[in-house]
Design a protein around this ligand. Structure first.
Ligand SMILES: [Zn+2]
Ligand SMILES: [Zn+2]
Length: 216
């Protein structure tokens, strides 16, 4: 889920009946009952099981409609207008509670990805390997952008990309393979090798590592 306006999550909604904090939840795609959407991606719901309308609702619904359900107090973002929604079980919506911090991080990552993809256009011209590395190391980025970044990596001829890539765990083996291949090419172009003992970069023709003094 991507919330367009994260400031919604800063809103404080207090349940008018039980005074507990209403929690931001993902709105269901349709307004159960009349088939209309809530007009919001986020709704605030009182999930307190001791809330009076929730406790009293079971019996009310049973008497009036003859089925098992009750009510939760609900408010829409930017509004203190009290709404109720029918829920069929105490756990309805508990799975759709939004964690504002997780949402902020997700959004931050996404914003960075979008900026990096846009910057691929001219990052080579300006000699900025940053966007390329951002995409290569972002496991959540869309594969198309990452693939393009991997293809561009060799053009920078920048050995400083090796460490972050070596320290990264790739979830997709094709990216690991592709970056390994590029690192091999980069080392070759620059007459370097990685010491098999300490991983420092050394001359391709070295027989003894300058850093760990191991014989190669
Ligand atoms: Zn309440
Ligand atoms: Zn070494």
């Amino acid at each position: 889920m991507n919330i367009r306006d994260l400031s919604i999550l800063e809103e404080e909604h207090i349940c008018p009946d039980c005074k507990s904090k209403m929690l931001a939840c993902e709105a269901p795609p349709v307004h159960v009952g009349d088939g209309l959407g809530w007009g919001s991606e986020v709704i605030f719901i009182c999930l307190n099981d001791d809330c009076p309308p929730f406790k009293a609702g079971w019996q009310k619904v049973d008497v009036n409609y003859g089925h098992k359900a009750t009510f939760r107090n609900m408010q829409l973002p930017g509004s203190k207008e009290q709404n109720v929604m029918m829920v069929a079980s105490p756990i309805a919506f508990t799975g759709s509670i939004i964690d504002p911090e997780a949402m902020r991080l997700q959004n931050e990552r996404y914003t960075k990805e979008v900026a990096a993809v846009a910057a691929l256009e001219n990052c080579l011209e300006v000699g900025d390997i940053g966007p390329v590395m951002t995409l290569i190391l972002d496991e959540a980025a869309t594969p198309a952008g990452r693939k393009k970044a991997v293809e561009m990596l060799i053009l920078f001829n920048d050995l400083s990309c090796i460490d972050p890539i070596r320290n990264h765990t790739f979830k997709k083996p094709e990216f690991e393979r592709a970056t390994n291949m590029i690192i091999s090419q980069l080392l070759k172009h620059n007459f370097k090798q990685e010491c098999p003992f300490c991983a420092e970069l050394i001359k391709a023709q070295a027989t003894k590592c300058l850093h760990c003094k191991e014989n190669l």
